[in-house]
Design a protein around this ligand. Structure first.
Ligand code: GTP
Ligand code: MG
Length: 170
C-alpha cells in the first residue's frame, strides 16, 4: 500500500457561498438544502488518487461570518492549498473572494496552490458574476478557476483533482 501524502487545504470565502456544501459533497457525496452556518471551523479529511499517488486532504472548512475573520490565519498558515469560494449569484461575494486572495498572497506560504471556485453555478438564471470576468482575474493572479455546484455535483471532484495536480508532490 502507498503511504498517502498529507495536504493541508483551507476553504475561505463569504458566509453562505457554499464552502461547507462543497466539502460535504467531496467527502460524503451528500448535499443539504439548509446547511447551518459553520462556527469557527470544521475539520474533515478525504483521500484522492492522482496519477500513481494517494493524496490525503486535511480540510479546514472555515466560517465565513465576519466575526470569525480573525481566526482565518490560524487555518491558512502552513496550508499547501486553498479554495476561495464565491457565489456566482452574488457579486459582493466575488469582491470578498478577491480580498481573500490578496490576503493569502500576502500572508500564506509562497508555494500555496490557490483555486477560485464560483459556486452555485446551477443558479445561472440569477448570475451576477460573469465567468469571463472571474476567469481572466484568475489567470492574472495565477489561480486555478472553476465554476462548481455542490447541489448538482458539478466540478466538485474535478476541483480537488486539479489542485492535487498542481501540488509539488515529492
Ligand atoms: P458559512 O459556514 O456561514 O461560511 O457558509 P458556507 O459557505 O459554508 O455555506 P453553506 O455550505 O452552509 O451553504 C449555504 C447555503 O447555500 C445552504 O443553504 C446550501 O444549501 C446552499 N448551497 C450551497 N451550495 C450550493 C449550490 O451549489 N447550489 C445552490 N443552489 N445552493 C447551494
Ligand atoms: Mg460553512
Amino acid at each position: 500500500m502507498l503511504k498517502p501524502i498529507q495536504i493541508k487545504l483551507v476553504l475561505l470565502g463569504e458566509a453562505a457561498v457554499g464552502k461547507s456544501s462543497l466539502v460535504l459533497r467531496f467527502v460524503n457525496n451528500d448535499y443539504q438544502e439548509n446547511k447551518e452556518p459553520t462556527i469557527g471551523a470544521a475539520f474533515l479529511t478525504q483521500k484522492c488518487k492522482v496519477q500513481d499517488k494517494i493524496i490525503k486532504f486535511e480540510i479546514w472548512d472555515t466560517a465565513g461570518q465576519e466575526r470569525f475573520h480573525s481566526l482565518a490565519p490560524m487555518y491558512y498558515r502552513n496550508a499547501q492549498a486553498a479554495i476561495v469560494v464565491y457565489d456566482i449569484t452574488n457579486s459582493d461575494s466575488f469582491d470578498r473572494a478577491k480580498s481573500w486572495v490578496k490576503e493569502l498572497q500576502r500572508q500564506a506560504t509562497n508555494e500555496i496552490v490557490v483555486a477560485l471556485a464560483g459556486n452555485k453555478c446551477d443558479l445561472h438564471d440569477s448570475r451576477q458574476v460573469e465567468s469571463e470576468v472571474a476567469s481572466s482575474y484568475s489567470s492574472e493572479k495565477g489561480l486555478l478557476f472553476l465554476e462548481t455546484s455542490a447541489k448538482e455535483n458539478e466540478n466538485v471532484n474535478h476541483l480537488f483533482k486539479e489542485i492535487a495536480k498542481k501540488l509539488p508532490l515529492e
